[in-house]
Design a protein around this ligand. Structure first.
Ligand code: CO8
Length: 261
């Protein structure tokens, strides 16, 4: 069901507790101008605050997921303007989402588009998807996590190759490299993404938030710290009713009915 359409995005939800954000700026291959990212942030804020939503999908309409930050918007800016205003710092909103976010990458994911997808928790790709960090060709470098998240996802050599040459990789290579966890034909992408998002949305929202936070600690800590954090969070789930419900449901051979508390 439709919720609202902004100038650049369409926001809707399904009966299975999944929120959908579709980027739709056809004239610029969904290039991520400031207005578009503000609409994405607004949609995420609404879904995060909405108890009826358990997971969110971000995808693009047309042949692009997103062809990057808006080059024409950036062209006239100088150092003082970008550094002084901390240009595009609000993009970080996507990686701070409490509820799980799945990127369904339908086509070009270049520059900021690839970075936006990598800010999401899970990435699925259409067989037509292409991933690249072409900023070097524009005389700049990735600015929203490209050099960092890509390196953690695919390792140093491929990340260096992509960032230094600007050459993109196709979906099959992204799968082998571990950048995405599934590649499907384009017409099945949303359906596959929705199946997974709906499964996640059936879980306790309290527990998915804790689980996501624990996985993310793996990127920001040593193994010993991460394992300690995970154990404490595991202990913390024993303070929830949903943990008792989940284990009771297993023992009673029935489906769990989580209440997010
Ligand atoms: N910004 C603005 N407009 C764009 C962008 C973009 N990133 N990408 C495409 N467009 C526009 C084109 O200008 C064109 O407009 P028009 O019809 O008015 O000329 C329209 O979209 C269609 O594009 P093309 O004609 O180029 O379509 P093609 O099929 O020939 O090519 C490509 C598709 C290969 C995707 C090509 O459009 C391309 O290379 N785009 C630019 C990709 C790129 O360099 N992206 C990186 C941008 S820099 C960046 O993302 C930095 C992020 C930093 C974040 C910092 C946060 C703090």
């Amino acid at each position: 069901e439709n919720r609202w359409s902004g100038e650049y995005v369409h926001v809707s939800h399904t009966d299975s507790k999944v929120g959908l954000i579709e980027l739709d700026r056809p004239k610029a291959l969904n290039a991520l101008c400031d207005g578009l990212m503000l609409e994405v942030a607004k949609a995420l804020d609404e879904f995060d605050a909405d108890k009826s939503i358990g997971a969110v999908i971000i995808t693009g309409r047309g042949r692009a997921f997103a062809a990057g930050a808006d080059i024409k918007e950036m062209l006239p800016l100088n150092y003082a303007q970008v550094a002084g205003g901390d240009f595009l710092a609000h993009w970080g909103r996507v990686s701070k989402n409490t509820k799980p976010v799945l990127a369904a990458v339908n086509g070009f994911a270049f520059g900021g588009g690839c970075e936006l997808a990598m800010m999401c928790d899970i990435m699925y790709a259409s067989d037509k998807a292409v991933f690249g960090q072409p900023e070097i060709k524009l005389g700049t470098i990735p600015g929203a996590g490209g050099t960092q998240r890509l390196t953690r996802a695919v390792g140093k050599s491929l990340s260096m190759e992509m960032c230094l040459s600007g050459e993109p990789i196709k979906a099959d290579q992204a799968l082998v490299a571990g950048l995405v966890s599934k590649v499907v034909p384009g017409d099945q992408l949303l359906n596959e993404a929705h199946k997974t998002a709906a499964k996640i949305a059936e879980m306790s929202q309290l527990t998915t938030a804790i689980c996501k936070e624990a996985v993310n600690v793996a990127f920001e800590s040593t193994l010993a710290e991460g394992v300690r954090f995970e154990r404490r969070m595991f202990h913390a789930t024993f303070g929830t009713e949903d943990r008792r419900e989940g284990m009771s449901a297993f023992a009673e051979k029935r489906k769990a009915n989580f209440k997010d508390c």
